[in-house]
Design a protein around this ligand. Structure first.
Ligand SMILES: [Mn+2]
Length: 392
């Protein structure tokens, strides 16, 4: 894996390649998108090397001719600085020994320029309806692997685009199936999966997370997901399949809410909504704990400026010893509006939020409350904020 990522990056940087294939997932860059993208690009590289005609490349190999190879580049569809926000992706990649600093992110290259500069192809994984900023990719698309219901309303791909579109729990199921099928065409059956056990493990982990370990309540796993899990387990041979699946799920769920590695500024970007000029970030930790981080309020002020907002409503929750919720209202540019908003929320009664004010010594300039109505999440705050906007 390291060899693959390293050599691809070197060839990309030194422009030593004849043809470029980009593999890219959807812009949520969740685990499914990121793993599908990395594994499928790695497979295309492996497949290309297995099929390369050794005779044709002989005169290149002895150095008498300059030889430029094809490259297969996975692009994580998220800006480099925002990747740490995808905590479960960062966790799994780290755990599998992948150096996340060496990967290529959305904003690393001018993509339209890069695609134009040579013969290029694009493989879309985990999506097939392009975001507006990605529309330029359409003309290069040669293959699509996706598990969402097919939507042809904006289908502008070439007629010979190879598609694997099937509604299953995880796109990684379809990636595993596609790799398996392409490998047997070469009579190499499971060789790829055995050559890159890390990729088999990542596919397995992602299918488990996406189907919530085939939970009946969530009901996202399909027989096809199950079939691929069994196929992968047959190769990976864990000592106890059931225990391994449970362990995978629990570690990934924990990693998803583990924000201990994030700075205050990153936490503010992790899960945020904007209503009018009110910035509403919500945290998987208490606001009180957030405000204890270095320069937390400075980060809030900066986030307000960057988003053209004038007041922040911070929402916190903690599940470590039963559910707790707290909130804070803060504005550096318009403290009067912060007072109005906090009074409005104190009096709000459909439903009542059960806010009790407390003074925080770490952030006296914040209007801070413990929230007694534990069932009120951001969903309940939204109508309140719309009303506040209307009465202001
Ligand atoms: Mn997906």
């Amino acid at each position: 894996m390291e060899e693959y990522i390293g050599s691809t990056l070197t060839k990309l940087k030194t422009k030593q390649y004849s043809e470029l294939t980009i593999v890219i997932g959807n812009e949520s860059c969740d685990l499914d998108s990121a793993v599908s993208c990395l594994v499928f690009a790695n497979f295309l590289y492996w497949q290309h090397n297995e099929m390369k005609c050794k005779v044709c490349t002989k005169e290149y190999r002895d150095g008498s001719m300059e030889y430029k190879d094809e490259i297969f580049l996975p692009i994580l569809n998220v800006d480099r600085n925002d990747f740490p926000l995808k905590t479960e992706v960062a966790f799994l990649f780290r755990e599998k020994g992948i150096n996340v600093g060496d990967l290529v992110y959305r904003d690393d290259y001018d993509l339209p320029q890069l695609l134009k500069s040579t013969k290029s192809k694009v493989v879309l994984v985990d999506h097939h309806v392009l975001a507006n900023k990605d529309k330029f990719l359409a003309e290069y698309v040669t293959e699509i692997i996706d598990h969402r219901p097919i939507d042809k309303s904006e289908w502008t791909y070439k007629p010979d685009t190879r598609t694997t579109i099937e509604t299953v729990g995880s796109c990684c199921t379809l990636v595993a199936q596609r790799i398996k099928d392409l490998s047997s065409l070469m009579a190499k059956d499971v060789q790829y999966f055995n050559a890159y056990p890390v990729c088999s493990e990542m596919l397995h982990a992602t299918i488990i997370l996406d189907t919530v370990n085939f939970s009946k309540e969530v009901n996202k796993g399909t027989p096809h997901d199950e079939e691929m899990i069994l196929f992968l387990e047959n190769l990976l041979k864990p000592t106890d399949c059931k225990a391994e699946r449970e362990k995978q799920l629990n570690t990934l769920l924990a990693a998803r809410t583990d924000v201990s590695q994030l700075s205050a500024a990153q936490l503010l970007r992790k899960d945020v909504k904007i209503v009018g000029n009110v910035l509403v970030p919500s945290f998987p930790i208490l606001v009180e704990e957030f405000l204890n981080r270095p320069e937390a309020l400075k980060a809030v002020s900066e986030a307000l400026t960057q988003t053209n907002c004038d007041v922040a409503l911070l929402l916190g929750m903690d599940l470590s010893e039963g559910l707790k919720r707290d909130i804070a209202v803060f504005s550096s540019s318009n403290p009067q509006k912060a007072v109005l908003l906090s009074k409005f929320l104190e009096d709000y009664n459909s439903p009542s939020l059960g806010l009790s004010p407390h003074q925080l010594s770490t952030a006296p300039e914040c209007r801070y409350y413990r929230q007694r109505n534990l069932s009120a999440s951001r969903k309940q705050y939204m109508p309140a904020l719309h009303r506040f906007r209307a009465v202001l």
